[in-house]
Ligand binder design. Structure first.
Ligand code: G3I
Length: 384
């Protein structure tokens, strides 16, 4: 169906088939609703990352290599090309990392920083705690986190800890807790999790866990603090904003108490494409900074599409705004999908290159992390 030399550009027979599928088969076969985040449902389309499903570098990889001064091939990995100040990172999927093989053989030469994709989340490390556990000692399971942090340390990879406070991936006992129990539960959780890895060092003697996404996705897409979902709703509706701000400030203070050397970030998504959301995230960062929270920067997840050409200008503008605020910028979860099958591997490569270029030009951009690196392991997998 597609041109084998360029899996994105369909040939005429392919176009006819796509049209037939689009008109007759997909609507019928798609069931009640297509996966909302599908990169593209059609067979043969590329995924959102920089290596294909067979670990071959894509045009996006070539673009990143060239932005870093390389010649576009994998002989010199991205990590060896990157300036010392810049973490070049990827989300690290537990099962694939433990199995090693081509996954780790591809990862190690390219990245100097990893983010455990799920192993450090509340639902993974603290799934079974008591609804009310003053000592904060029960119900922890660090087995996967210990394995991934150990793997990173053994390979002298830095780690971005992700994430301490998030409304996603929470066990039922947290969802069932009262507002008054939420602060001690998360205080205990942060002290235990951050404290556990605080002194871990790599073979190079360097600190392994260098940063934490303390609070993830605190702002919703209409530019307001999240106050109406099951977790954040515990702080009440709009009248709960002061209590929510105070809670977030306290969580940053707790993370700093648990590891005074770690860099602490607010992390969110869609900020480069949603001005209202960006404004609120920056206002929250400023409020935290002005109210004594030990916040070091803002992480931008950067889940983009292959038609987001020109996004680099926005990334540069935001970096300058944060620099004026005395804060770091980090690109924390970048991937570039073919939303509704729009775009090409060439436009995907341009989007990756633009964002990295903007990060390189901004002295306060300290991490360029992608949410995976090979198309066969991505959070979009549910759509294949
Ligand atoms: O670990 C269990 C495994 O034991 C079980 O067999 C398997 C089947 O049910 O599930 C595994 O847990 C899955 C986990 O990933 C680990 O692979 C969860 O079901 C699954 O929901 C979870 O999805 C992750 C999601 O966050 C929720 O935590 C995605 O892989 C991950 O890419 C995604 O990442 C988020 C960032 O944290 C925040 N920004 C958005 C981004 C994409 O949603």
């Amino acid at each position: 169906m597609t041109n084998p030399d360029h899996p994105i550009t369909p040939t005429w027979p392919g176009l006819v088939r796509i049209l037939f599928l689009a008109l007759f088969l997909i609507p019928a076969a798609a069931g009640p609703a297509l996966c909302q985040w599908c990169s593209c449902d059609l067979e043969g389309w590329s995924g959102p990352l920089i290596f294909d499903r067979d670990y071959n570098p894509k045009p996006a990889y070539t673009a990143l290599s060239r932005e870093l001064g390389g010649v576009g091939d994998t002989n010199r990995g991205l990590r060896s090309l990157a300036p010392a100040r810049l973490g070049i990172g990827t989300a690290m999927r537990y099962q694939a990392a433990i199995e090693g093989g081509r996954y780790m053989a591809t990862l190690l030469p390219q990245f100097n920083q990893v983010t455990p994709e799920s192993a450090l989340k509340f639902g993974e490390v603290h799934p079974h705690g008591l609804a009310w556990d003053p000592a904060g000692q029960t119900g922890y399971d660090f087995s996967r986190a210990d394995q991934l942090i150990g793997l990173a340390a053994a390979n002298s990879l830095q780690v971005r800890g992700h994430t301490l406070v998030w409304h996603g991936f929470l066990p039922d006992w947290v969802m069932g807790a009262s507002r008054d129990q939420i602060t001690p539960i998360f205080t205990n959780h942060i002290l235990r999790v951050v404290g556990r890895f605080r002194d871990r060092k790599g073979g190079d003697g360097q600190k392994t866990v260098v940063a934490w996404d303390v609070v993830n996705e605190a702002v919703n897409n209409d530019g307001e603090l999240r106050l109406h979902d099951e977790f954040w709703g515990k702080f009440g509706g709009a009248e709960g904003e002061p209590a929510k701000l105070e809670f977030i400030r306290e969580m940053f203070e707790t993370a700093h108490r648990a590891d005074p050397e770690a860099r602490l970030f607010l992390n969110d998504f869609d900020c480069f494409t949603n001005q209202a959301k960006l404004d609120k995230v920056l206002a929250l960062a400023a409020w935290l900074r002005d109210n004594g929270a030990p916040i070091h920067g803002v992480g931008f997840q950067t889940h983009l599409t292959a038609t987001d050409l020109g996004i680099g200008a926005k990334v540069g503008e935001v970096a300058r705004t944060l620099e004026a605020m005395g804060l770091e910028m980090q690109i924390t979860e970048m991937d570039v999908r073919f939303q509704d099958c729009q775009g090409s591997e060439e436009t995907q490569a341009q989007v990756y290159g633009e964002v990295l270029r903007a990060c390189l030009m901004a002295g306060n951009c300290t991490s360029f992390t992608m949410w995976g690196f090979t198309d066969n392991i991505t959070w979009f997998e549910g759509c294949d």
